[in-house]
Every structure is written in C-alpha cells, then in structure tokens.
Design a protein around this ligand. Structure first.
Ligand SMILES: Cc1cc2nc3c(=O)[nH]c(=O)nc-3n(C[C@H](O)[C@H](O)[C@H](O)COP(=O)(O)OP(=O)(O)OC[C@H]3O[C@@H](n4cnc5c(N)ncnc54)[C@H](O)[C@@H]3O)c2cc1C
Length: 469
C-alpha cells in the first residue's frame, strides 16, 4: 500500500496528533546512538527519515498501529529512547517508527510484594527515582539510565553497574505486557515463579523489537541497602585480578560493583593509581552493616592470599560521581578517530586468553591509539570484558573499513576463545553476522522459526538480530 494511505489509516486509528510527519521530529528518531549512524550523519549520508513517527499513549494505540502495519506489510521499528549502540534502529523511507516516549505512566508500586509496573517508555532514571522515594530500588543502573527506557532495557537484555549483586535485567523483570505482531496483547501473570511451561516473557528479553512491542514492564524490587562501603585493590596482572574476583564471588560474597581495569585504562581513567602494568579493581559493598563488614574482611583475606594490595578508596567515590558521564563521539569522528566499545563474556578459564588475544589483535591495526579493556559484571562461572578501541584513520574514506576491522578482531578473538559475543548491548545490525557462530545452526533455526510464526510478514524491525538465511 502507498505510504500516504498507510499514514491516513494510522490517523484514523489513533488520535491524528499522534501520527507525526514533521521532518525535524522524524530526523531526531531516525537511528540509535551507534557510532556508524553518527559517522554516516557527519558525512552527510545518514539513514533516511521514516515515513512517519507514531507516539502511542496506550497499549490499544500500539495494537492498532501494529495491526495496520501487518495488514499493509509496512515495516515497524520500535524506538525506546534511542540509546542503543548496535544499529538496532535505522529508518527506511517506508517504515513506521513507533516512539514509546509518550507511554510513561507508572501503573503500580507495591511495597508489600516489592513490585512496580511501568509503561515501556518510562525513562530508567525516572523509574528508579519513583521507587527510591519509597525506600526501594530496582537494582538496575546501566550507565545510560538517564537516556534509556525500561522497555529498551528488556528489548536489549541490558545489564547495570550493580549487577554482580542485583543481577541483570532478566533477574529483575517479573512480568511484561507486549503487543504481538498480529496486534494481540500478551500479559504475564504476576507470580514470584512459575512452572507452567517455558517462561514466555523470556521471548521478549533481547528480542530487539523483532517479536513484538513491549508496552509495560513489572520489576521485582529490593529495599535499599542500609550500608554502603568501598574497597580498591591493585593486582600485578589481569590474571591475578580475575583470580581475586573469582575467589570473592565463588566464596559467596557479592559486592554489587566489581570492576577491574587493565593498565591502559588505569592510566586514562585513574592516572594517580597507575603503577607499571598493574590492574586496578574497585568494589562497592552493600547490604546490612554486619554483612558489609564481614565481606570487606573476607576480601582482605582473599587479597592477601593472592598477593594483591589494597589501594586508596577515593577513586571509587569519583567513579560513583562521574560514572554516567560519557564524552560524545562526534569530536573524535570529526578528527578522523574511529572508536567504540565492545562487550563480551566468557567463563573464568577463558577470559584471560580472550583479553590478551583481542587487545593484541586490536594493537595490530595501524595508528591504534587505544586498545584496552575492563571487566564490570562478575558471575560465579565467569565474567564480562568491555573493550575500548580508538584508531586514527589517515584516509577519512576508510573510517567504516577500520571500524569493521576492529569489530572483527574482537569478535573473532572472542569466538576462537570460546566466549559469548555480547554481554549486554545486544546484536542489532553490527553483530548479526557472528550470531550463527555463537548460537549454531540449530539455535539460529529456532530464532527464525519463532520469528516466522509470530511475524510471518517480517514487519517488526526486519533487519535486526536474526541473520538472513
Ligand atoms: C553512553 C551509553 C552507555 C550505555 N551503558 C549501558 C549499560 O551500562 N548497560 C546496558 O545494558 N546498556 C548500555 N547502553 C546501551 C543502551 O542504553 C541499552 O541498550 C538500552 O537498554 C537501550 O534502551 P533504549 O530505550 O534507549 O532503546 P532504543 O535504543 O530505543 O532501542 C534499542 C533496541 O530495542 C528495541 N526496543 C526499544 N524499546 C522497545 C519496546 N518497548 N518494545 C520492543 N522493542 C523495543 C529497539 O527497536 C532497538 O532494537 C549504553 C548506551 C550508551 C549510549
């Protein structure tokens, strides 16, 4: 169907002020925060505007839009707050973009059952502030919490800075409401656990807009911890540092924040703490006072057994204060410096090899200015790594090629080392070509079959996540 007819039908189905065609409004929502989209804009060849942006304010609005898109075979892209970094949103001239920003009601906060339900467009920091006013916390603190939505958190399988104790998004989501690609509304029953077949809400965790539109999220909450304390440590190598973290978490302690920076990152982020090739580790301890004190004492003992020394805690206070500030990419890109961050995860026995192989491989890229990593999410069976690369490119026409090369190096080092290609940013368009290497043919086959059954017309964010056959 002609795009103008689709727009006319949308205007009949939902309040017509919710169907926007104002060019500035469309342009602001064309893509997410990914480096490649920003680079393309700077070069004047960014992606086009969508045909229109719909700003639903109810789940019924969303269902009406989805039905029209299905009937007219119009691609539908869901936009949370646009902070995604893997090219998950990239408009095409005939697509409809669904901006969830107007769905921002708090539906319920329940202090007896420790639950809260938010519409999908609620900004992460607003959701946390709403429960914090009643002494609770969601426990989810992604660096982007001021610029991301709770629906986006679920759609990307997000993980926050305090994950080592509170878990990642899958551990705190108790229920979801979603509009399926045929317009039907699915809603989870709120029970603390169920053994009623596969947990269907997990279909939407990490679905990246391909299986439906998440319209509301219910979190299981925590009371805020009465006590917080900090400890910093210096390890003579990344290996020793990983060993320290492994012993801490496998002994049953779980400081919510456990971060380990390699020597390159220590020089850049904590210059006062830089010593030779030492890694720098910061821990935030939280909980009842007795537990926090016992955890700190135990960490001292584990560190002493491993020959790891205590460092001053002041840098942690600075990290806590500045942790959500990230310099924009634009000035780097304008100066022909291509850069990005890439997060992966692996079991304890594999992480050291992946770290060295990926950093060494990145350092082979001509004019590499920074190839470094830190870990920021710790588990009993393994840990993540968050690589940062920045390379100066002599020929500005080669920025994308160098970018792809850097990604390839980290993805291949991870796969060869037996790790997982994404810890929390998702797949989008950027990682799609490596997904089959991680999931295997059967795994990708399952994804394709689910997609074909739920969305046979392939209208929901069609170019994302699932590799083409
Ligand atoms: C500076 C910075 C720091 C970051 N730090 C972190 C971090 O610490 N942890 C972390 O996990 N991530 C982080 N991210 C990545 C990003 O913030 C997360 O992926 C976030 O969850 C995206 O939420 P959003 O609302 O902005 O989603 P968007 O960018 O709008 O969308 C992301 C994807 O989800 C889909 N989607 C969004 N909303 C819905 C919905 N309601 N229903 C169905 N599909 C939907 C989109 O179609 C798209 O594919 C960071 C990003 C930046 C720029």
């Amino acid at each position: 169907m002609d795009t103008q007819e689709v727009i006319a039908r949308l205007r009949q189905a939902v309040d017509e002020t919710k169907v926007r065609t104002n060019l500035e409004f469309l342009a602001e929502r064309r893509h997410d925060y990914s480096v490649l989209s920003q680079l393309a804009d700077l070069k004047g060849r960014g992606c086009p505007n969508p045909a229109c942006v719909v700003t639903p304010s109810t789940t019924n609005d969303v269902a009406a839009v989805v039905k029209i898109c299905r009937e007219t075979k119009t691609p539908l892209l869901t936009f949370g707050l646009g902070s995604g970094v893997v090219c998950g949103i990239m408009a095409t001239p005939h697509c409809v973009l669904l901006d969830m920003g107007a769905m921002k009601k708090i539906r319920m906060i329940d202090t007896d059952n420790l639950m809260a339900t938010f519409e999908a467009g609620v900004r992460g920091s607003d959701a946390e502030a709403a429960v914090a006013r009643r002494g609770m916390t969601i426990g989810h603190f992604p660096q982007s919490m001021d610029v991301s939505s709770v629906g986006g958190w679920v759609a990307t399988r997000s993980s926050g800075q305090f994950s080592s104790a509170y878990g990642s998004i899958e551990d705190m989501v108790m229920g979801i409401e979603a509009v399926l690609p045929d317009g039907e509304i699915y809603s989870t029953r709120l029970t603390p656990r169920a053994s009623s077949g596969p947990d269907l809400k997990h279909l939407f965790l990490g679905s990246e807009g391909t299986l439906g539109v998440i319209t509301a999220v219910t979190f299981s909450l925590y009371w805020r911890a009465p006590k917080q304390d900090y400890s910093a440590w210096r390890a003579p190598s990344m290996e020793k540092g990983f060993s320290f973290q492994r012993h801490v978490i496998q002994s049953g302690w779980n400081p919510p924040v456990m971060r380990q920076y390699d020597a390159t990152e220590v020089k850049r982020l904590f210059p006062d703490q830089a010593r030779d090739r030492d890694a720098f580790i910061i821990l935030v301890h939280e909980g009842p006072t007795g537990r926090v004190e016992a955890e700190l004492k135990e960490c001292e003992e584990i560190a002493s057994d491993l020959g790891i020394g205590r460092a001053p805690s002041e840098p942690i206070l600075k990290w806590l204060q500045d942790r959500n500030h990230v310099p924009g990419f634009e000035s780097f890109l304008q100066n022909n410096i291509i850069l990005d961050t890439i997060e992966i995860a692996a079991t304890w026995d594999r992480i050291e090899g992946i770290y060295h192989n990926a950093v060494s491989s990145l350092n082979l890229v001509p004019n590499m200015l920074n190839a470094s990593a830190h870990s920021s999410h710790c588990y009993r069976s393994g840990i993540n790594l968050y690589f940062t690369f920045a390379a100066r490119v002599d020929d500005p026409g080669n920025m994308e090629t160098v970018y792809d090369d850097c990604w390839k190096r980290v993805m291949e080092a991870t796969l060869r080392g037996g790790g997982g290609i994404s810890h929390h940013h998702g797949i989008g368009r950027i990682r799609k070509k490596w997904l089959a290497d991680e999931l295997g043919p059967a795994g990708v086959g399952i994804l394709r079959k689910i997609k074909n059954v739920l969305d046979p017309e392939n209208i929901m964010n069609p170019e994302v996540l699932i590799p083409h056959e």
